[in-house]
Design a protein around this ligand. Sequence first.
Ligand code: SF4
Ligand code: SF4
Length: 1001
Amino acid sequence: MQERFLGIDIGSTTVKVVLADMDGQIVAHRYLRSNGQPRTMLISALRGLAAAADMGRVTSVGLTGSGGEAIASVIGCRHVNELVAQTRAVGTRHPTARTVIEIGGQDSKLLILDWDAAVGRMRLVDFAMNSLCAAGTGSFLDQQAERLGIDIEDAFARIALQSTSAARIAGRCTVFAKSDMIHLQQKGTLLPDILAGLCLALARNFTSVVAKGKVFTPPILFQGGVAYNLAVVRAFETVLGLGQGELIVPAQHEVMAALGAALIAGDDAAFGRRISLIGLDRLEHDLIVSQQSDRHMPALRHPRPARPAPIVAPAADTAPTPVYLGIDVGSMSTNIVLIDAAGQVVARRYMLTAGNPLDAVRRGLAEIGQEVSGRIAVIGVGTTGSGRHLTADFVGGDIVRNEIAAQARAAVAIDPTVETIFEIGGQDSKYIRINHGAVVDFAMNNACAAGTGSFLEEQADRLNISIKHDFSRLALAAERPACLGERCTVFMESDVVHHQQQGASLETLTGGLAYAVAQNYLNRVVNGRPIGERIFFQGGVAWNSATVSAFESLTGRHITVPPHHDVTGAIGAALLAKEELSERRAQGDPAPTHFRGFDLTDLHYETNTFECRACPNLCAVNKVVIANEPPIFYGALCDKFEDVGRRHPHAHGLPDLFAERHRLLMGEYVAPEGRRNGRVRVGIPQMLLFYDMFPYWRAFIESLGMDVVISDATNPTIVSRSLEHSTAETCFPAKLAYGHILNLLDKDVDLVLLPSVMNRDHIPHGQRESNYCPYIPAISYMVAAQIDLQKRPWRPVLGALRFMDPRFKQFDLGQIATQLGVSPKAIRGADLAGAAAQEGFYAAVCERGRAALAHLRPGQPAAVIVGHPYNTHDLRVCQDLPFKLRKLGVLPIPIDYLPLDTVDISAHFPEMYWRSGHDILAAATIIRDDPRLHAIYVTNFGCGPDSFLVSYFQKLLGAQPFLELELDEHSADAGVITRCEAFFDSLRMRPQAVSIAVGEV
Ligand code: SF4
Ligand code: SF4
């Protein structure tokens, strides 16, 4: 009788069991989703296996998987590492494979393999696994499919494969990718393009975050549950540039780790180490004895019931009631309300956006129109939410306002004494502080906390319970809610998985999740800001009484869930429309509504996404055509399409000071066309100090009779190459060095200038130092280590460069002279030429700054863009903030247009070591003392110096508010615009506002 071996693989979301023989043939297998109960599902899987095959022949058992260790001790068998198990299985089934991509529910792995002919076994040469932050790629696909109402097993791939122009979606972490997808939906991007973009993002995510530059040698096996998805398979082929047959999805790829565990059990048996399977009944008993975590939160109490939400239906027998229509289009829900002249809700709809905002609006309007047919007359329309502009164009909106203004307006209408609003929706959350009815501070969730509402739903799905009917009931029954921490949703998800594997009950987990969402919100969104006594909890999540209770427990205050809390954004939009139109009408402007009516069934619209290739920005532009009207374009980083589409009246007439400064920076520079008379070509990457010191380096190199060749402006290709190659988690501008340096490879250069500039020569008044952030000098070495510069067709010019001390400077320039192959005399001349050009640039910037400030009209909204030069002048890094502001009618001013050199900050900061730090703080004092100026501080996720400079900046500004934008490669356009709009709105509402608005976008 041939022996059989049992392999068990307990993953984060699935349980796999395999019965195999020693040749690696699978006799029977089972693959089950664990639905939050891995132990129960293991029993079920084993019972299924027992029904299909003779378990009596099992002579040994092997166990693997992230959740396997706890169970191994119960069964009494050896837990083997998943990588080892995978290698064993691949060696038996696919010995020619050299690379394995494995994407499961929660984990991703890359295995680099080689066949060891000496021992006749596959050898694991190298491997990489996802970090916690990229966790859940497989379950992420499930969640998105669920959210969009698409069957992951079948429809997802089929729809994605219809795409002809995949949308661009951030890839590093699933939460960011999800945010991008939602913004694309709001812009009307086609579903196949979004799904295909998501698949590409997953593939890029894997190559950059997991593989981090490791080489994928074919044949490549693609394994794990996600390998079923043919659209992801195609995405990997595209991203890796693979030919036919180089990427193989093996049969039964989803159980390869379990097979490996079975084969290793067989190996053990061959050496007499047999682990026989204990009886299933005994196993069941042992497994179900759950282990409780010691750390827990206090039990939740039932909160007070929410106030009733009255609806005042319009009378049927009188003249139609004049009403205002408010529409709030969010990522998860689309809300529509009608309010009468007294602000009472006449009708309302809460619809799921389901990935198609315009369809949701159309359905909602049709329903509500039928409900109030003939009894109302719409006299104004306001739209809000992330899809507000598109919706206004579609329905004929009269005013478009951001979500902060809308939520606040509704809350104040319900209760003028409200002080604090917590708002948690499907994807976004907000904190708003109100003083006497006006917004004085706000904050929005950063990308890492995104999706708190959808996170709860996803977790409920994972636990196989209804968010509506079960979640709060279970959570409020928990005696010891789990302590899941307050980290970003992805971490929380991992924690939940861990607790499940430890056998935590549904009550314990749901109670823990309610706390986790509230803690996450309080720590990451509220982040130490004041919380008043009168707190409103708005948004869809306020339905969840367990979360309300968690907030009450954590804040020690009563939380009010106001009437119509789930549609307050729409109510606010309607109220704002009412106020603005009433005011205009009171001034004699008839201000007729543009509303197209409730029945938009025949209103034809078309959306398509294309990539504009007119410049290296390669914008993903969405074109929307409604009826036969001129098309509307979203997503362009310039006004290229405004001649054919809708124009933005504000942008015209405002000078573009950023373009002007760029012209000053570039001077007379023209890129040389090809090689000229054998002149040496020196590459300069457009990164970091380029945005300040290009005049110096250009004059320096040109005075040596060499040509200057610069890398392209930061574009999507440079960004993705940067992310693929950067191994260290630096700030985004430092990461971009990789892409820019690689970009120079395509430009036929002989040398690439990569000196490590440590400091600057102009020491500010009252200071002793003028240093650059350590990433700036270090990045050359980091890039050199990662992409082996010495082996490239050009030579890097490396070495320290200390401008601050003349003796060091001469020594350092001497080292550079040697690398450039020029004499010390020539290098001194080059330095003089460079210094003169740099002085000329500073003088010109100063001069233009003076003129711009002199012409600034009082009342003209103006914002100084504060930050390090590569943050504020690399338009890709700052999301073309200057263009966005000009569209809003705000004049953006470069920080160095201010007379920074005239300011001495030493009274407050006598030891300001950083050069940029001095400039940023000098700017604060100038902005504080000039009522015409406001500040937008652009910073980066992970910026060390800014972690304290921002608070110094705030201290110097005193009572003056400023907007902090934390940007990086994941920032979304819509988030930047909403924050800017909300900031200038709040300034208008309350000029003496006293705090800051902050958030990564
Ligand atoms: S910035 Fe303008 S021209 Fe350049 S790709 Fe974008 S839309 Fe096209
Ligand atoms: S100062 Fe901040 S943004 Fe600039 S290089 Fe250093 S860490 Fe990056």
